[in-house]
Write a protein that binds this ligand. Structure first.
Ligand code: C2O
Ligand code: CU
Length: 491
């Protein structure tokens, strides 16, 4: 079953490419096949009291490669020649080893978004390791845990928005989930021009970010100001626009599990699968009490696992409502096996659509995460997020990275961050090296959390149990590059 689904996943990605280009995907695919038997192997090994964890090795090559999302060819910065890097799938407790070869004209790194890796494997330039130079190879290696849905991307410049993203799934050691079929969906936004996001293309005017005029005149950024995000040309699932992609096939009566990753640089998606409600089972890979929603809102960097019963046969659109766009965008097609109609079914929307919100999510207890909510924090930091009005700079407590204040923390301390959003845009804030709890949402653990626009307030708490210097930033790439970032020092 698993094997079938994954092979189909590769097919779903819809690439007709020479085998050499697919080698990365095939590596992942073959390893995945092996991973379905690894439960047995692991048991056998532990029965023999052999302590050594299994090592799983993957090869990634970053290079400028022509890609076609279904809108015409252009040169993107991608892994293994694919518009979305190959899915890396391992089992919790295995050692993940990824050999990165940098064939780009610039230094690069890989950051394993969400995985609490040791500091040296976190892929942030010079924190503490230097980036991987052009022509060089670097081997990332760390224990794959905890189970969950993650993704990987560089932590340098605008490379994430040039195409360098990929999914990382750490499967649970326990029995597989109670579903019949699963798909991984990587959402992305693209400027479909050579070089991608930072290349010369139409940009959002300063003072008009988020779709509205923010008081006064809007204007174009000047040459020595940070870039604002491009006006994107394409929105993709697994590297293909809806019109070009083959549909996700499902069968009547199946329970379908989707692992959805928002790998976009600057787009918050409101996802809707026509004809179906979606039940959230995990937020950023951590299990939650099931919550059924009509629309799934996802900030940049967030992941949600959702399930639905295939009980409404037809050809259905997965589409997105975007904050700035009047009309929804078609992202993908879900097709029930046997349906011959080429027409998509119309969605029947009630006037009262239920969206997800953090205060409706409750985390399920996990052994690895003792609750922190009941005790007092050792240190509290107030962080005012602002910017976006008169200049393209984005700030934390009125400072721009690297002039922002480091948060200096002792190892083991319980920390509270209070966010205050004084800006007209939502900010998906991300902390490296840790999961945190979202205040007001019992037991909800995440690594990326949206702080809503226009005076939005939110608090998070975490135990600083992973020593090192960690980035903490808005995952809107153009906000991060324009200053909304600081360093969390834990020692
Ligand atoms: Cu997804 Cu600092 O990163
Ligand atoms: Cu932001």
């Amino acid at each position: 079953m698993n094997q079938f689904t994954r092979r189909e996943f590769i097919k779903q990605m819809g690439f007709v490419l020479p085998l050499s280009l697919l080698s990365g995907a095939l590596t992942a695919c073959r390893s995945n096949t092996a991973s379905t038997t690894s439960h047995l192997e692991t048991t056998a090994l532990s029965n023999q009291k052999t302590a050594a964890a299994r090592v799983r090795e993957f090869q990634l090559s970053a290079a400028i490669t022509p890609v076609d999302l279904g809108t015409g060819q252009f040169k993107a910065w991608v892994y293994n020649g694919l518009p979305v890097g190959p899915e890396i799938r391992v089992t919790e407790g295995e050692i993940l080893r990824v050999v990165l070869t940098n064939n780009l004209p610039e230094p690069t790194t890989i950051h394993w978004h969400g995985v609490p890796v040791p500091n040296a494997m976190d892929g942030v330039p010079d924190m503490p390791l230097p980036p991987v130079q052009p022509g060089e190879t670097f081997t990332y290696e760390f224990a794959a845990r905890p189970a969950g849905v993650y993704w990987y991307h560089p932590h340098l410049g605008y490379q994430l928005d040039q195409g360098l993203v990929g999914p990382l799934i750490i499967e649970s050691k326990q029995a597989a989930g109670n579903y019949d079929r699963e798909y991984t969906l990587v959402l992305d936004d693209w400027a479909t021009i050579d070089g991608g996001g930072p290349a010369a293309t139409e940009r959002r005017p300063v003072g008009m970010m988020g779709g509205g005029m923010m008081g006064g005149e809007s204007r174009s950024p000047t040459a020595n100001e940070p870039l604002t995000e491009p006006v994107y040309h394409a929105f993709t699932v697994n590297g293909q626009v809806a019109e070009a992609a083959s549909p996700f096939i499902i069968k009547q009566g199946e329970r379908i599990h989707l692992r959805v990753i928002n790998a976009a640089a600057a787009t918050t998606f409101g996802l809707r699968l026509a004809g179906h409600a979606l039940t959230i089972t995990h937020a950023d890979g951590r299990p939650v009490e099931p919550l059924t929603v009509d629309v799934l809102r996802m900030g940049m960097g967030e992941r949600y696992d959702v399930e639905f019963m295939a009980d409404n046969s037809g050809r259905w659109s997965l589409y997105a409502m975007l904050a700035d766009l009047p009309a929804p965008i078609d992202l993908a097609t879900f097709l029930y096996a046997g349906v011959v109609s080429t027409q998509k079914n119309g969605d029947s929307l009630s006037s009262n659509l239920l969206w997800n919100s953090y205060d409706r999510l409750t985390g399920l207890p996990e052994e690895a995460f003792p609750s922190v909510a009941s005790t007092q924090p050792d240190q509290t930091f107030d962080l005012i997020l602002s910017g976006g009005m008169m200049s393209p700079a984005w700030t934390i407590n009125d400072k721009i990275y690297p002039d922002t204040d480091d948060l200096v923390i002792e190892l083991g301390q319980r920390i509270r961050l209070n966010y205050f959003n004084h800006s007209p845009m939502p900010h998906p804030m991300h902390l490296h090296g840790h999961f945190f709890e979202v205040a007001g949402s019992p037991g909800l653990r995440k690594d990326t959390v949206i702080v809503e626009a226009h005076m939005g307030q939110l608090s998070i708490e975490f135990v600083a149990d992973n020593p090192g210097h960690w980035m903490h930033h808005c995952h809107h790439l153009y906000h991060m590059e324009a200053g909304m970032m600081n360093v969390v020092q834990i020692s």
